[in-house]
Design a protein around this ligand. Structure first.
Ligand code: AMP
Length: 437
């Protein structure tokens, strides 16, 4: 299938060609015709599947079509530029990336798009909104602030996208989302994207979508097939040493490393730098400027290891990212799927390696239950685990206890670790009765 057969405008096709997209990805093949037909959509798709173009391209197409209609021309003549589409995203990084993609896809269209998120001054955003915007990409909290200040009129919206809806719920945005939706006109097209399909997501979908078409590209809760996953058992105190060894020996030039806490991310980035591996940390306590710079340096190859917490890494779009390392396993098993989704993007293969100490075996078990497979083990001579070391319960990080603050893209999510079905097995037999507290 080619993009030409999807019924997209020539100006949009030209922009896609310049992105070197030769064929639509599976989610694009399925979602674009549904959206163009005007139906609501519930799509189960992970980041990395091309979902942004999956909703971005048909939004642009529909905007082009409605521009051609006489009534809107009249409105335009009167100087009005009614907001056409609203895209809600959970984090600043994701919102920025969606905005960047929309700008690229609409390069040859006279459309105005704008990204708004918290953590930066609101005034420039208000000024730009006053000038008129067609497509607004926003994090929920900042959008509500703008609504409160009468800086944006949501009553003209024809299309609503909830991107990474599961993460929005995890981050506590449900009330903000409902408040935003109350401001929208009843008659509109709704598109919802989510990597996972929990009962909570289904309830949200039922309350927002009308007779949606369901589209799924990867099996729910399954990790992408393109990603080769490994577990490397190692003693906790030797993790940093092993990571530096793996990066050096395998000559990894670009590796995204996940830690559980902001402090852990800073500390590890410092240690790697001391080991001669250029590294930077990215997390919610860093300023927007520092986060943007770290990401740019990582993308350009100036730093080799980007050490991130879950929230900060959410939505990072780094093309061809070859390696993801879980320096510590996440407390919520679903986060594992999100983390490793940073690699193996689009048509590229990737490797995800989890460094697992004895305390983390319950988390590993929960992850394997979620993805319905046992992750193969790697070993490295000289880094064998010491059988004398006993498991200790893992302390929950304080950053995850903070209740979500409205408007903060760094809001924490529920700290509960999914312990369903966590029990010992032969591989996990050191951990009997040990659960993270
Ligand atoms: P997304 O899932 O939207 O974050 O997209 C993941 C990556 O795939 C981004 O780097 C996109 O630029 C890229 N991408 C999206 N659609 C295509 C396509 N049809 N062909 C090749 N790459 C694509």
């Amino acid at each position: 299938m080619s993009f030409d057969s999807l019924g997209l405008d020539a100006e949009i096709l030209k922009a896609i060609q310049e992105q070197n997209y030769t064929a639509p990805t599976p989610i694009q093949q399925q979602a674009i015709p549904v959206i163009l037909s005007g139906k609501d959509l519930m799509a189960s798709a992970q980041t990395g599947t091309g979902k942004t173009a999956g909703f971005g391209l048909p939004i642009l197409q529909k905007w082009v079509e409605q521009q051609a209609q006489a009534t809107n021309k009249l409105e335009a003549k009167k100087g009005k530029r009614p907001l056409y589409a609203l895209i809600l995203a959970p984090t600043r990084e994701l919102a920025a990336q969606i905005g960047e993609n929309i700008r690229e896809y609409s390069r040859y269209l006279p459309i105005r798009s704008l990204v708004v998120f918290g953590g930066v001054s609101i005034n420039p955003q208000m000024m730009k909104l006053r000038g008129g915007v067609d497509v607004l990409i926003a994090t929920p909290g900042r959008l509500l602030d703008l609504v409160q200040q009468n800086a944006v009129d949501l009553s003209t919206i024809k299309m609503l996208v909830l991107d990474e809806a599961d993460r929005m719920l995890d981050m506590g945005f449900i009330h903000d989302i409902r408040r935003v939706i109350a401001k929208l006109p009843k008659k509109r097209q709704n598109l919802m994207f989510s990597a996972t399909f929990s009962d909570e997501i289904k309830v949200l979908a039922q309350s927002i979508l009308h007779a949606p078409e369901l589209v799924a590209v990867a099996k729910t809760n399954s990790a992408s097939e393109q990603i080769t996953q490994y577990v490397h058992r190692v003693d906790k105190r030797r993790k940093r040493e092993l990571l530096s060894y793996l990066i050096g020996k395998n000559q990894w030039q670009q590796v995204l490393v996940f830690t559980r806490t902001k402090y852990g991310a800073n500390h590890l980035a410092e240690q790697l730098t001391k080991d001669g591996i250029k590294a930077a940390a990215i997390h919610g306590n860093k300023s927007q400027g520092a986060r943007t710079k770290a990401l740019a340096d990582f993308k350009s190859g100036q730093i080799r290891a980007l050490v991130a917490t879950d929230i900060a890494a959410r939505g990072l779009d780094i093309e061809l990212l070859p390696y993801v390392v879980n320096y510590e396993l996440p407390q919520v098993a679903e986060d594992y799927v999100h983390r490793i989704g940073r690699t193996g993007r689009a048509q590229n293969e990737g490797q995800a390696i989890s460094l697992v100490c004895i305390d983390e075996l319950p988390q590993l078990k929960a992850i394997e239950k979620l993805i319905k497979k046992t992750i193969p083990e790697l070993t490295t001579q000289g880094f064998e685990v010491d059988p004398k070391i006993k498991a200790e319960p893992i302390k929950k990080s304080s950053q995850r206890r903070v209740p979500p603050k409205r408007g903060s893209a760094n809001s924490s999510r529920s700290p509960q670790f999914n312990q369903n079905g966590v029990k010992s097995s032969s591989r996990h037999n050191h951990t009997k009765n040990k659960q993270p507290n």
